[in-house]
Structure formats: structure tokens, C-alpha cells
Design a protein around this ligand. Structure first.
Ligand SMILES: [Ca+2]
Ligand SMILES: [Ca+2]
Length: 271
């Protein structure tokens, strides 16, 4: 009797031991998966800035007309043109006064100064300037762009009914450089230049877009469109600084992580 009980007890202990061991294997396996998933998630959602020279502080001297140079932001492409007179190079420049607080204050802080007054409304020679950077993109990831923009009160983009637009955009391209869509934020509609007591009434803007199938590259762009010299004169600068682009995993990756967590909790509960 005593022997049998002891024996049964031992057997139960062995079974428990086996169950614990199975649990332990499953547990380790799941913990491994969750750790990997969490690490992937943490990496992709960390505030790692995918842009180079996002703070616009690195500059180079660009010869805009023979013998005359202007600082421009390095590692970004800048393009300017006017409706009637075509391409020109004085649509924007890098300036140490253009990215003050409340934008992040960095050592050797430069911002970019767009020059709407290089356009002419009465002749129709409206000015366009854009600054962009391309980075590799992954289909399914959601890209979040944040950046600071400000404007002086007489910027043509702040005149009611003005054709001038001030835009932040995210555009996706496939491997053949064909556009696949994206998102555009109209800064004036989002409050550009609304007085807030800060230099240039600077404020931070954010937009996001999910990369469609076939995405190979993501383009981040700031544009000044259809700009012109305000007949009233006065301060007309449109300024930007401190851009960040980050990527967030697609919902299915989050769902997988959620499913892993549920399975893990389920095993714990069954135990
Ligand atoms: Ca700054
Ligand atoms: Ca800066």
C-alpha cells in the first residue's frame, strides 16, 4: 500500500516533470519569438530618423550664377523654376537664422529659407521651389514624416485666395521610378503662419502614408508652389527645419505579435 502510493507519487512527479519540461520548451520558444518580434518592432518604431541631414545643418556652396555661391542643404535635392523664365537657383538657401527655437536647437543650426518674392504675380512668372530626399522604402510600412515650418506675415502663401501653396509630402516610387501615390499636407490649411508668439510662428507638422505593393523608394518633399512677391512688401519668408522620417510596421506584423502574446497567455493559463 505504502509502496504503491509512493510509486504513484513518483509517477505523478515524473508526469508533472514531463509536462513542466514540455511547457518549458514551448515557453522558451514563445519567449524567443516574442523577443524577436518585440526587437523588430522596437527597431522599426524607434525614432530612428531615416533621413540624412534631417536637421538641414550640413550645407554646401552651390554656384547659382557664375561667380556667386549660396549655401544649400547637403544630401537633399533642391529645384527651382518660374512659369515664364524657367529653372533658376535662387529659390531657396540655407540660413543660420532660419531654424531657431522652438525648432530643435542644434550646434551650427541651419534652416532653409524659401524665397517667394522671386516670383511675380502680375506677369504670371510665379515661383516654385522644392527640396526633397529619397530613401529606400518597404511595402506595407507606414511612413511618418514630421518637420517644422514657419512663415512671415506677408508670405504669399498666407494671402487669402492666393494661388501659393506650401506643402509637405510623402511619395512612393517603384523600382522603375514610377509614382505609386502618397500623402500631401497643405501647411496653410494646417495652420502655417498662424501667430503663436514664436519666431516665424514656427510649428511642427506631421503626416503619414502606408507604402503600397511595389514600393522601392520613399520621397520626402517640401514645396513652395505658385509663389510671388507680395505687392504690400514686408517679411515674406517661408522657412523649414528639422525633418524626421520614421517607419512603423504594417498592421499584420502587429497582429502577429498580438497573436503571439495571446498564445503565451493561453499557455500560462492552461498551466
Ligand atoms: Ca533648428
Ligand atoms: Ca537645423
Amino acid at each position: 500500500m505504502t509502496r504503491n502510493l509512493r510509486h504513484t507519487g513518483l509517477t505523478e512527479q515524473r508526469h508533472r516533470g514531463a509536462a513542466r519540461s514540455n511547457y518549458s520548451v514551448a515557453h522558451k520558444w514563445l519567449v524567443g519569438i516574442l523577443a524577436a518580434a518585440s526587437a523588430a518592432l522596437a527597431t522599426s518604431t524607434s525614432n530612428a530618423n531615416l533621413l540624412s541631414n534631417g536637421n538641414l545643418d550640413q550645407t554646401y556652396q552651390q554656384e547659382i550664377v557664375p561667380g556667386f555661391f549660396l549655401p544649400k542643404p547637403a544630401l537633399w535635392v533642391n529645384e527651382g523654376f518660374r512659369n515664364n523664365t524657367g529653372p533658376y537657383e535662387d529659390e531657396l538657401s540655407s540660413e543660420p537664422w532660419a531654424g531657431p527655437a522652438p525648432t530643435p536647437v542644434t550646434v551650427g543650426d541651419y534652416g532653409v529659407f524659401f524665397k517667394p518674392f522671386t516670383g511675380n504675380l502680375s506677369t504670371g512668372d510665379l515661383a516654385h521651389g522644392r527640396l526633397y530626399q529619397d530613401v529606400p522604402g518597404t511595402p506595407g510600412l507606414t511612413y511618418v514624416l514630421s518637420g517644422w515650418a514657419g512663415a512671415e506675415p506677408n508670405y504669399s502663401g498666407l494671402i487669402p485666395g492666393s494661388p501659393t501653396e506650401s506643402l509637405f509630402s510623402i511619395q512612393f516610387f517603384d523600382a522603375a521610378s514610377s509614382p505609386l501615390g502618397g500623402a500631401v499636407l497643405d501647411l496653410a490649411a494646417a495652420g502655417l503662419g498662424t501667430p503663436n508668439g514664436e519666431p516665424f510662428s514656427y510649428k511642427q507638422f506631421t503626416l503619414s502614408a502606408t507604402a503600397p505593393a511595389g514600393t522601392a523608394n520613399v520621397r520626402v518633399m517640401v514645396s513652395m508652389v505658385n509663389a510671388y512677391a507680395n505687392p504690400a512688401g514686408g517679411g515674406q519668408a517661408f522657412v523649414v527645419d528639422d525633418f524626421e522620417l520614421s517607419a512603423i510596421p504594417e498592421p499584420s506584423a502587429l497582429a502577429l505579435l498580438g497573436a503571439g502574446l495571446l498564445a503565451f497567455l493561453g499557455i500560462r493559463r492552461r498551466r
